[in-house]
Design a protein. Structure first.
Length: 213
């Protein structure tokens, strides 16, 4: 990513394609037309496991997020967050690419889930007063649950039931902040702690830690 532009590099031919770019109206960023592409700095990026789709979010009072084809640069869907969101800090695609979830920079760090096909808002809930650094869907087939990781907390979410649950340490690890979260195809979540440990989660319960460094 570069500013408000997605760059697709074909390494074999050393050629580029783009998401966004082109001629724009001579107007301020906060009122520019963002129907088809970003109009301000991109602050969050993720890609589908098959590398076909990219999801990106930008900064701004009412920021936009997009899902676009990572091979052709063509827009698939646009999503518009609420005014006051300030920006998209983290974004994720579900395993089947039917849902996109993102976190804003509001004081309550709201969590949004959108339907990719229709662009409709499926869920909007308060995330946490502490900053959320990362968001990730389960990689287990048919499972649309996801987790958010951040400063002094981790939460697990189900967009179908609108249920959110805090992670439970159960004496198997110390409280810390988490810089990142990832899932395997069995639905097991892994978070990277700022204490240099990897936390392994079975559902909302911590099952073990790994000393990574």
């Amino acid at each position: 990513m570069t500013a408000a532009l997605g760059v697709i590099l074909d390494q074999s031919s050393n050629t580029q394609k783009f998401f966004g770019g082109g001629q724009v109206d001579n107007t301020a960023k906060n009122v520019a037309n963002d129907e088809n592409a970003h109009t301000d700095d991109i602050t969050a990026l993720t890609m589908s496991s098959d590398q076909q789709w990219a999801a990106t979010g930008q900064v701004g009072s009412a920021p936009s997020a997009f899902v676009w084809n990572a091979r052709t640069g063509e827009k698939r869907q646009r999503f518009k967050l609420n005014k006051g969101a300030r920006g998209v800090n983290a974004i994720a695609l579900s395993n089947d690419c039917t849902l996109v979830a993102c976190v804003d920079l509001h004081d309550e760090h709201n969590v949004y889930v959108y339907d990719v096909a229709s662009g409709a808002l499926k869920m909007r809930e308060k995330g946490d007063t502490n900053k959320i650094f990362d968001i990730c869907f389960s990689a287990k087939p048919g499972d649309n649950s996801f987790g958010t990781a951040g400063s002094k907390h981790i939460k697990f979410w189900n967009p179908d039931t609108l249920k959110q649950e805090k992670g439970i340490l159960g004496g198997k690890g110390e409280m810390t902040s988490y810089a990142c979260i990832a899932y395997d195809n069995n639905g097991v979540a892994y978070t990277g702690g700022v204490n240099s440990q990897i936390y392994v989660w079975n559902g909302r319960d911590l099952s073990s830690t790994i000393k990574a460094h």
